[in-house]
Design a protein around this ligand. Structure first.
Ligand SMILES: C[S@@+](CC[C@H](N)C(=O)[O-])C[C@H]1O[C@@H](n2cnc3c(N)ncnc32)[C@H](O)[C@@H]1O
Length: 222
């Protein structure tokens, strides 16, 4: 298949299914599934270059494609020391493969989604509060609860993001369904309170709107 036709096919396939295979840039024949818009990683590249995080907490490892992309791109821009802690509740056949590639994967649940609290705060809060900028990615089983639960622990300058976000239901139906992305699990109506309480402001949002992520930075109070 020609390059352009192949790209169009991948775009359509990803729009219909919600995932694509991320192929390792270092290892031939190593690929992991990423449940993302096909342009999402271009946006993440810009974010990682700008923020140069010291650690990333990812909620929702799933196929590991996003996790592997993050590890490989961090290394590519010289951030080999940036730690990635990825959370899921299912141990998969590929989970150890991620662990062998300098990614910590923890599959013991840390969330109580019913009360928006952490069951194992000691395993998560100190990680977010390590020195340097932390990026928190909410893409697990309940993105609203993950955003509300984790945002109070951010330091000034830390970033919190959540996937399958479109600001309003109206915008989702008018501009996203069957055009960009067919899944909306979080919107402004779910996070406004947490955004105000934790002094979060939009960060590089223009880059992420069409790849259905919300992106906020924690600012100083007052
Ligand atoms: C939408 S998928 C994640 C997609 C992935 N981030 C990507 O970019 O390819 C959601 C994942 O969240 C996981 N999950 C469900 N409950 C969870 C929990 N309490 N903590 C962490 N992950 C959870 C599911 O097992 C599933 O693998």
């Amino acid at each position: 298949m020609g390059g352009k036709i192949r790209d169009k096919f991948i775009k359509l396939y990803t729009m219909l299914t919600g995932y694509f295979n991320y192929h390792s840039i270092n290892e031939e024949n190593y690929a992991c599934m990423a449940m993302q818009h096909d342009n999402a990683f271009d946006a993440f590249k810009e974010l990682l270059q700008e923020v140069r995080p010291s650690q990333i907490l990812e909620v929702g490892t799933a196929g590991g494609g996003t996790t592997l992309f993050l590890r490989e791109y961090l290394n590519e821009i010289g951030l080999n020391d940036t730690r990635i802690l990825s959370l899921d509740v299912v141990e998969q056949e590929w989970t150890n493969g991620l662990r062998e590639r300098d990614i910590t994967v923890d599959t013991d649940n840390v969330f109580d989604y019913s009360t928006n609290t952490l069951i194992r705060p000691d395993d998560i809060v100190p990680f977010i509060q390590r020195e340097g900028t932390t990026i928190v990615l909410c893409d697990g089983g309940n993105k609203i609860s993950e955003f509300i639960t984790l945002s109070p622990y951010l330091k000034i300058g830390d970033i919190i993001m959540a996937h399958d976000y479109v600001d309003t239901v109206e915008n989702f139906h008018e501009n996203f369904v069957d055009k960009i992305w067919n899944w909306r699990e979080i919107g402004d109506e779910h996070i406004t309170e947490a955004v105000i309480q934790n002094n979060l402001e939009p960060f590089m949002q223009n880059l992420f709107t069409n790849v259905v992520w919300v992106c906020k930075v924690k600012r100083q109070n007052g």
